[in-house]
Design a protein around this ligand. Structure first.
Ligand code: ATP
Length: 208
Protein backbone atom coordinates (compact mmCIF):
# COMPACT_ATOMS: atom_id res chain seq x y z
CA UNK A 1 0.00 0.00 0.00
CA UNK A 2 1.27 3.47 -0.88
CA UNK A 3 1.66 5.62 2.22
CA UNK A 4 3.79 8.41 0.83
CA UNK A 5 4.95 9.97 -2.40
CA UNK A 6 8.18 11.55 -3.51
CA UNK A 7 8.86 13.52 -6.67
CA UNK A 8 12.12 13.21 -8.58
CA UNK A 9 12.99 15.91 -11.06
CA UNK A 10 15.76 15.03 -13.49
CA UNK A 11 17.39 17.33 -15.98
CA UNK A 12 20.56 18.98 -17.10
CA UNK A 13 19.87 22.14 -15.07
CA UNK A 14 22.47 24.04 -17.04
CA UNK A 15 21.66 26.28 -15.23
CA UNK A 16 18.64 25.78 -12.95
CA UNK A 17 16.14 28.60 -13.61
CA UNK A 18 12.93 29.93 -12.10
CA UNK A 19 10.85 27.79 -14.45
CA UNK A 20 12.31 24.59 -12.98
CA UNK A 21 11.73 25.66 -9.40
CA UNK A 22 8.22 27.04 -9.99
CA UNK A 23 6.75 24.07 -11.86
CA UNK A 24 8.43 21.46 -9.68
CA UNK A 25 7.14 23.05 -6.46
CA UNK A 26 3.64 23.24 -7.93
CA UNK A 27 3.90 19.62 -9.07
CA UNK A 28 4.97 18.41 -5.63
CA UNK A 29 1.96 20.18 -4.10
CA UNK A 30 -0.41 18.74 -6.69
CA UNK A 31 0.91 15.20 -6.23
CA UNK A 32 1.05 15.45 -2.46
CA UNK A 33 4.74 14.58 -2.49
CA UNK A 34 6.43 14.93 0.86
CA UNK A 35 9.80 15.44 -0.77
CA UNK A 36 10.99 16.80 -4.10
CA UNK A 37 14.48 15.88 -5.20
CA UNK A 38 16.30 17.48 -8.11
CA UNK A 39 18.58 15.06 -9.92
CA UNK A 40 21.11 16.63 -12.28
CA UNK A 41 22.03 14.26 -15.10
CA UNK A 42 25.66 13.60 -15.79
CA UNK A 43 24.99 13.98 -19.48
CA UNK A 44 21.57 14.02 -21.04
CA UNK A 45 21.61 11.00 -23.40
CA UNK A 46 19.29 12.84 -25.78
CA UNK A 47 20.99 16.20 -25.94
CA UNK A 48 24.14 14.66 -27.38
CA UNK A 49 26.48 17.30 -26.00
CA UNK A 50 28.18 17.85 -22.72
CA UNK A 51 26.67 20.48 -20.46
CA UNK A 52 28.13 23.96 -20.62
CA UNK A 53 28.85 24.10 -16.89
CA UNK A 54 30.77 21.47 -14.96
CA UNK A 55 28.89 18.90 -12.86
CA UNK A 56 29.93 20.50 -9.58
CA UNK A 57 28.80 23.94 -10.76
CA UNK A 58 25.37 22.67 -11.84
CA UNK A 59 24.99 20.85 -8.54
CA UNK A 60 26.05 23.89 -6.52
CA UNK A 61 23.63 26.16 -8.39
CA UNK A 62 20.76 23.79 -7.58
CA UNK A 63 21.76 23.80 -3.92
CA UNK A 64 21.80 27.60 -3.92
CA UNK A 65 18.40 27.83 -5.61
CA UNK A 66 16.82 25.44 -3.10
CA UNK A 67 18.51 26.67 0.07
CA UNK A 68 16.23 26.95 3.08
CA UNK A 69 13.33 25.04 1.49
CA UNK A 70 13.00 22.00 3.70
CA UNK A 71 11.02 19.67 1.47
CA UNK A 72 13.30 20.28 -1.53
CA UNK A 73 16.60 18.54 -2.03
CA UNK A 74 19.16 17.56 -4.61
CA UNK A 75 20.83 14.21 -5.23
CA UNK A 76 24.15 13.71 -6.97
CA UNK A 77 23.43 10.01 -7.59
CA UNK A 78 23.52 10.36 -11.38
CA UNK A 79 26.64 12.51 -11.31
CA UNK A 80 28.42 9.71 -9.47
CA UNK A 81 27.42 7.01 -11.97
CA UNK A 82 29.13 6.57 -15.33
CA UNK A 83 27.35 8.45 -18.12
CA UNK A 84 24.79 8.32 -19.59
CA UNK A 85 22.19 8.66 -16.83
CA UNK A 86 19.28 6.31 -17.28
CA UNK A 87 16.12 7.34 -15.44
CA UNK A 88 15.12 3.73 -14.82
CA UNK A 89 18.34 3.06 -12.87
CA UNK A 90 17.69 6.13 -10.72
CA UNK A 91 14.06 5.21 -10.08
CA UNK A 92 15.11 1.67 -9.08
CA UNK A 93 17.71 3.08 -6.69
CA UNK A 94 15.12 5.32 -4.98
CA UNK A 95 12.68 2.41 -4.81
CA UNK A 96 15.32 0.38 -2.99
CA UNK A 97 16.12 3.27 -0.64
CA UNK A 98 12.52 4.30 0.15
CA UNK A 99 10.80 0.91 0.03
CA UNK A 100 7.58 -0.33 -1.60
CA UNK A 101 5.21 1.95 0.33
CA UNK A 102 6.61 5.05 -1.36
CA UNK A 103 5.27 5.96 -4.79
CA UNK A 104 7.80 7.63 -7.02
CA UNK A 105 6.81 10.38 -9.43
CA UNK A 106 9.32 11.29 -12.10
CA UNK A 107 8.60 14.84 -13.29
CA UNK A 108 9.10 15.97 -16.85
CA UNK A 109 8.10 19.00 -18.88
CA UNK A 110 5.58 18.58 -21.70
CA UNK A 111 8.38 19.29 -24.20
CA UNK A 112 10.04 16.00 -23.20
CA UNK A 113 7.05 13.80 -24.06
CA UNK A 114 8.06 13.49 -27.72
CA UNK A 115 11.45 12.13 -26.62
CA UNK A 116 10.07 9.42 -24.34
CA UNK A 117 10.13 6.95 -27.18
CA UNK A 118 13.95 7.11 -27.09
CA UNK A 119 14.24 6.67 -23.32
CA UNK A 120 15.98 3.56 -22.06
CA UNK A 121 13.45 0.73 -21.39
CA UNK A 122 10.61 3.22 -21.42
CA UNK A 123 7.82 0.68 -21.00
CA UNK A 124 9.44 -0.68 -17.85
CA UNK A 125 9.86 2.88 -16.61
CA UNK A 126 6.18 3.73 -17.20
CA UNK A 127 5.25 0.64 -15.19
CA UNK A 128 7.79 1.28 -12.45
CA UNK A 129 6.88 4.83 -11.49
CA UNK A 130 4.45 7.67 -12.18
CA UNK A 131 5.83 9.58 -15.14
CA UNK A 132 4.29 12.93 -14.34
CA UNK A 133 4.07 15.48 -17.12
CA UNK A 134 4.01 19.19 -16.29
CA UNK A 135 2.84 21.93 -18.61
CA UNK A 136 5.26 23.99 -20.66
CA UNK A 137 4.38 26.89 -22.97
CA UNK A 138 4.15 25.81 -26.60
CA UNK A 139 3.80 22.08 -25.89
CA UNK A 140 0.67 19.98 -25.66
CA UNK A 141 1.49 16.48 -24.42
CA UNK A 142 0.14 13.96 -26.91
CA UNK A 143 0.33 10.43 -25.57
CA UNK A 144 -2.20 8.90 -27.95
CA UNK A 145 0.33 8.64 -30.75
CA UNK A 146 2.23 6.06 -28.69
CA UNK A 147 -0.73 3.78 -28.09
CA UNK A 148 0.33 1.19 -30.67
CA UNK A 149 3.80 0.97 -29.08
CA UNK A 150 3.02 0.98 -25.39
CA UNK A 151 -0.60 -0.18 -25.25
CA UNK A 152 -3.74 1.56 -24.00
CA UNK A 153 -3.12 0.86 -20.30
CA UNK A 154 0.22 2.64 -20.27
CA UNK A 155 -1.23 5.55 -22.24
CA UNK A 156 -4.10 5.85 -19.75
CA UNK A 157 -1.59 5.84 -16.90
CA UNK A 158 0.48 8.61 -18.52
CA UNK A 159 -2.66 10.68 -19.11
CA UNK A 160 -3.84 10.21 -15.53
CA UNK A 161 -0.46 11.23 -14.20
CA UNK A 162 -0.25 14.45 -16.29
CA UNK A 163 -0.82 17.48 -14.06
CA UNK A 164 -1.61 21.15 -14.42
CA UNK A 165 1.29 23.37 -13.42
CA UNK A 166 1.90 27.08 -14.05
CA UNK A 167 3.11 28.06 -17.51
CA UNK A 168 6.56 29.59 -17.17
CA UNK A 169 8.26 30.55 -20.39
CA UNK A 170 11.92 30.14 -19.40
CA UNK A 171 14.54 27.73 -20.72
CA UNK A 172 18.19 27.18 -19.88
CA UNK A 173 19.01 27.79 -23.54
CA UNK A 174 17.52 31.28 -23.30
CA UNK A 175 19.33 31.93 -20.01
CA UNK A 176 22.66 30.92 -21.57
CA UNK A 177 21.95 32.99 -24.68
CA UNK A 178 21.19 36.09 -22.64
CA UNK A 179 24.23 35.62 -20.43
CA UNK A 180 26.54 35.19 -23.42
CA UNK A 181 25.03 38.32 -25.00
CA UNK A 182 25.47 40.30 -21.78
CA UNK A 183 21.70 40.74 -21.38
CA UNK A 184 19.76 40.93 -18.13
CA UNK A 185 18.75 37.56 -16.62
CA UNK A 186 17.70 38.64 -13.15
CA UNK A 187 14.05 37.74 -13.85
CA UNK A 188 15.00 34.22 -14.93
CA UNK A 189 17.32 33.08 -12.13
CA UNK A 190 17.45 32.89 -8.36
CA UNK A 191 19.71 35.77 -7.22
CA UNK A 192 22.19 33.39 -5.59
CA UNK A 193 22.46 31.37 -8.80
CA UNK A 194 23.16 34.56 -10.73
CA UNK A 195 25.78 35.59 -8.20
CA UNK A 196 27.47 32.17 -8.55
CA UNK A 197 27.42 32.42 -12.36
CA UNK A 198 29.07 35.86 -12.21
CA UNK A 199 31.62 34.79 -9.64
CA UNK A 200 32.64 31.73 -11.65
CA UNK A 201 32.40 33.41 -15.07
CA UNK A 202 30.03 30.75 -16.39
CA UNK A 203 28.22 30.83 -19.74
CA UNK A 204 30.27 33.65 -21.16
CA UNK A 205 31.13 32.02 -24.46
CA UNK A 206 28.69 32.58 -27.34
CA UNK A 207 26.31 29.70 -28.10
CA UNK A 208 27.58 27.33 -30.80
P1 ATP B 1 17.44 23.54 -22.40
O1 ATP B 1 16.93 24.87 -22.80
O2 ATP B 1 18.93 23.45 -22.33
O3 ATP B 1 16.79 22.41 -23.17
P2 ATP B 1 15.60 23.30 -20.16
O4 ATP B 1 15.23 24.69 -19.77
O5 ATP B 1 14.60 22.50 -20.92
O6 ATP B 1 17.00 23.31 -20.89
P3 ATP B 1 16.42 21.03 -18.62
O7 ATP B 1 17.39 21.00 -17.50
O8 ATP B 1 16.80 20.38 -19.88
O9 ATP B 1 16.04 22.58 -18.85
O10 ATP B 1 15.01 20.50 -18.14
C1 ATP B 1 14.82 19.54 -17.13
C2 ATP B 1 13.35 19.19 -17.09
O11 ATP B 1 12.61 20.35 -16.76
C3 ATP B 1 12.78 18.69 -18.42
O12 ATP B 1 11.83 17.68 -18.15
C4 ATP B 1 12.09 19.93 -18.99
O13 ATP B 1 11.02 19.56 -19.82
C5 ATP B 1 11.59 20.60 -17.72
N1 ATP B 1 11.49 22.04 -17.84
C6 ATP B 1 12.47 22.93 -18.03
N2 ATP B 1 12.01 24.19 -18.06
C7 ATP B 1 10.67 24.10 -17.89
C8 ATP B 1 9.60 25.07 -17.85
N3 ATP B 1 9.83 26.38 -18.03
N4 ATP B 1 8.33 24.61 -17.65
C9 ATP B 1 8.10 23.27 -17.50
N5 ATP B 1 9.06 22.32 -17.54
C10 ATP B 1 10.32 22.71 -17.74
Amino acid sequence: MVTRRIALFGGTFDPIHRGHATVARAAAREIGAERLIFIPARVSPLKGFFPFARDEDRLRMIELALAGQETLGVSDCELKRPAPSFTLDTVRQFQRDYGPETAIHWLLGADSVGDLVHWHRIEELIDACHLTTMRRPGYEPDFDRFVSRWGPQRIARLQQDAIVTPLVDISSTEVRRRLAAGENVSDLLHPEVLRYIREHHLYQAPQP
